[in-house]
Design a protein around this ligand. Structure first.
Ligand code: NAP
Length: 284
């Protein structure tokens, strides 16, 4: 079986879609914490295995010997080390054949706060001795394009990322990479540095939105404290706003620029251009 955790999330749903396009539904299982949210997956023939990363006992039946597993990193920042450890322990106890994990671009070299839990998780997977595949995902285009409303309202992209370049790709591109390693051969004990083919600066992003929307959009590169104030003022919880500002400082240092070409190679096509994601977001 191919088993996908976080299958009711945005990335997980795209992975399930990609798997069902390639393998029969009776070879795909979804680990989800909310059965109702996964009703559509069950209706498509996907086996549901109900488990919560935070409740290790629920993970006992999540995996079976020989499964090829994708652990999609959890979304509860700050709680993920024990959560991921519980999943790894369950996968180890079951004797899965492959444990793929969605980490962060740069892996052990990623020098910003958000990367810390991913680094510990990768090490725990290495320590488990299970055959692994590290999918070190760069930024999603959608991290930006899902937040176009305030940019259009204020006519500005605000950040402390300077002229740092961002090698983002669409969430669907990263999902396609996960499908490739779960359905293909030869990906055991490999780490892929996944990023978009073209890295861009936030000034270029502002120019792209301006060109497509016909509005004046500038890029305001501001000090970290000012960006923090903008984010918290917009309702982002302080702790998460600090993490975002810290990521942007990492972007300024070039940490999310990517450039390995691994993503395009894995999916067998160029990655989705940022301009396409902007166009989709402007239409929605
Ligand atoms: P998402 O839509 O928030 O999906 C997160 C998934 O994790 C959901 O299915 C969620 O379950 C599941 N989950 C969270 N806590 C869990 C728990 N305690 N037990 C079981 N399942 C749990 O995020 P996404 O866009 O699919 O992204 C996938 C992951 O990539 C995120 O969780 C985060 O680690 C990371 N991420 C990466 C980027 C990037 O730019 N590379 C951006 C954002 C996030 P429910 O469906 O029940 O909520």
């Amino acid at each position: 079986m191919i088993v996908v955790t976080g299958a009711t999330g945005q990335l997980g749903r795209l992975v399930i879609d990609g798997l069902l396009a390639q393998v029969p539904a009776d070879q795909v299982a979804a680990v989800v914490r909310n059965k109702e949210k996964a009703a559509d997956l069950a209706a498509r023939g996907v086996e549901l295995r109900i488990a919560d990363y935070s409740a290790p006992e629920t993970l006992a039946g999540a995996f079976a010997a020989g499964d090829r597993v994708l652990l999609i990193s959890g979304s509860e920042v700050g709680r993920r080390v024990p959560q991921h450890q519980a999943v790894i322990d369950a996968a180890k106890a079951a004797g899965v054949a492959q444990l793929a994990y969605t980490g962060i671009l740069g892996g052990p070299e990623a020098d910003f706060k958000l990367a810390a839990e991913h680094k510990v998780t990768e090490q725990a997977i290495l320590d488990s001795g299970l055959p692994y595949t590290f999918l070190r995902n760069g930024w999603y285009h959608e991290n930006y394009t899902a937040n176009l409303a305030p940019v259009l309202a204020h006519g500005a992209v605000v950040s402390n990322a300077g002229e740092g370049r961002i090698g983002s790709a669409s969430r669907a591109d990263y999902a396609a990479a996960a499908v490739a390693v779960l359905t293909g051969e030869g990906h055991e004990n490999k780490a892929y540095e996944l990023s978009g083919d073209v890295a861009w600066s936030l000034a270029e992003y502002a120019a792209e939105i301006a060109a497509q929307s016909g509005k004046e959009i500038s890029y305001a590169n501001v000090p970290a404290e000012q960006h923090l104030a903008v984010l918290t003022g917009a309702g982002v919880p302080a702790g998460f706003a600090e993490i975002l500002v810290d990521v942007d400082a990492g972007i300024a240092r070039g940490l999310l620029a990517g450039g390995s070409g691994d993503l395009a190679r894995l999916i067998g096509r160029p990655t989705t251009p940022l301009a396409s994601a902007v166009a989709v977001a402007l239409k929605s």
